[in-house]
Design a binder for this molecule. Structure first.
Ligand code: LMR
Ligand code: MN
Length: 436
């Protein structure tokens, strides 16, 4: 009863005349009888081709079929149908809203992000100034990487509703990425504190803690809070793209990793001089081979990298510059095939400090092969454990744990970083995990 009442706002005057049939067809969808529902909506549309609700009902049935069979064809069909609902004769505004909202949602699910932005934009024109819609429009701008447009939209929400937690955390998140920490912190903190839907997300706890730390304020509370809520595996392990049931510890021995790790370490350690020679040759080559680290992880200093494999893809041009190293690496399938990692040289100059930070995923372990290691003054902290590198030796750690680097020596340090699939992953996981 309540449910059917709820549909008043999406039922046009004409649709009221066939209300019983429409409600009955909707019920078939609710009950999972999609075939009969589709037939019923088609029969209704045959007689009343302009009926907004019959078309919307049809879209919902198609949507369910797409979900049930994981079918992209049906997904596209329902997207198209949702898109036609607003142009039906006398379509109630509320129905236009629901159809476009779901259409945008399905488009982003399908990965058609630019079209999702368009659908949200269309919706925002239809009903301007609605915080929920503006918030979703902001999210779709973020997903296509248009941070400026997203910022404008979340700002608009805060004009209308200054205490909107969803807009606060998202605006804070964007400002944090622009290193505007002082503005980001209160937005992230207050946004999270509203507890509104969409605010309790690892990314916001992650970046709030980081912004606090970088501005000299206590951050642990937020890491602990995030871990307690299950947003992080633990206070120290704050990666956000995780698979369950993988062993987790800051440092690893080759034996911990098993046969593949033992073999890989042997291969790297027995060839380290060749690998070093190719690193040095490229270090001396023209500018632009080694590129500055770009993720804003560095506090002070000079840190450059030269990438050979990225997301499981060989970087052909770079491998031509380090052919022997790439051929050595090509025997290590858990590295070349690691779509959640890289293989790269890393050079750090004296005076470099890398902020405590956490990698994106628990699915890889990071090997560092020491190539040029000054006698004193370089350190790597992972969780509570501080170690240093040795020339010709491999050090293995899990970079989903918080780690930090100091380079206070009097000359540069060079290593080769080799990311390996976590040894507890199955072959199927390695094949199907989305690249990062
Ligand atoms: C890291 O992997 O974050 C750093 O340890 C890399 C490096 O060059 O030390
Ligand atoms: Mn790191």
């Amino acid at each position: 009863m309540a449910k059917s009442k709820k549909k008043d706002s999406i039922t046009s005057a004409e649709d009221k005349k066939i209300r019983k049939e429409l409600d009955a067809a909707d019920k078939l969808v609710d009950d999972g009888d999609y075939d009969t529902a589709l037939k019923k909506f088609d029969a209704l549309l045959d007689i009343f081709p302009n009926s907004p609700r019959a078309l919307y009902g049809r879209a919902q049935a198609e949507d369910k079929v797409a979900e049930k069979w994981k079918s992209n064809e049906w997904l596209q069909t329902c997207i198209d149908t949702y898109g036609k609902v607003p142009s039906q004769k006398n379509c109630p505004k509320e129905l236009k809203k629901q159809a476009l909202m779901r259409q945008a949602n399905r488009l982003s699910f399908y990965g058609k992000l630019r079209q999702a932005v368009k659908a949200m934009g269309r919706l925002n024109e239809l009903v301007p100034g609605e915080p929920e819609i503006l918030n979703q429009l902001g999210v779709s701008y973020l997903m296509v990487g248009n941070n400026n447009a997203a910022k404008r939209v979340f700002g608009e929400v805060m004009q209308i509703r200054p205490e909107d937690g969803f807009a606060q955390v998202h605006l804070g998140f964007i400002l944090k990425s622009e290193t505007r920490y002082d503005e980001a912190i209160p937005l992230l903190r207050e946004g999270i504190q509203t507890g509104e839907e969409g605010t309790i997300d690892g990314r916001f706890f992650f970046h709030l803690g980081d912004a606090l730390y970088r501005t000299g304020q206590p951050e642990e509370y937020w890491y602990k809070n995030g871990a307690d809520r299950g947003l992080f595996a633990s206070m120290y392990q704050r990666s956000l793209y995780n698979e369950p049931n993988l062993r987790a510890q800051p440092f690893w021995t080759p034996e911990d990793g098993g046969d593949n790790f033992i073999r890989a370490v042997k291969r790297l350690e027995s060839s380290w001089r060749i690998i070093r020679a190719e690193g040095l040759k490229n270090m001396d080559a023209e500018k632009g081979v080694f590129l500055p680290e770009e993720e804003n992880l560095k506090n002070t200093g000079d840190w450059k990298q030269f990438t050979l494999f990225q997301r499981g893809k060989k970087q052909e041009a770079n491998c031509k510059r380090a052919p022997e190293t790439c051929s050595i690496i090509s025997f290590i399938k858990d590295a070349t095939g690691c779509t959640r990692g890289q293989v790269k040289y890393s050079i750090m100059q004296p005076g470099t400090h890398v902020w405590p930070h956490t990698g994106p995923t628990n699915c890889r372990l990071r090997m560092h092969l020491g190539l040029v290691i000054p006698k004193n003054g370089t350190r790597l902290r992972v969780a509570d454990d501080i170690r240093t590198w040795q020339e010709g030796k491999v050090l293995i750690f899990d970079d989903s744990f918080e780690h930090e680097v100091w380079q206070e020596a009097d000359s540069y340090r060079m290593i080769l970083i080799i990311d390996m699939w976590h040894p507890d992953l199955t072959d199927k996981q390695k094949k199907t995990l989305t690249p990062i």
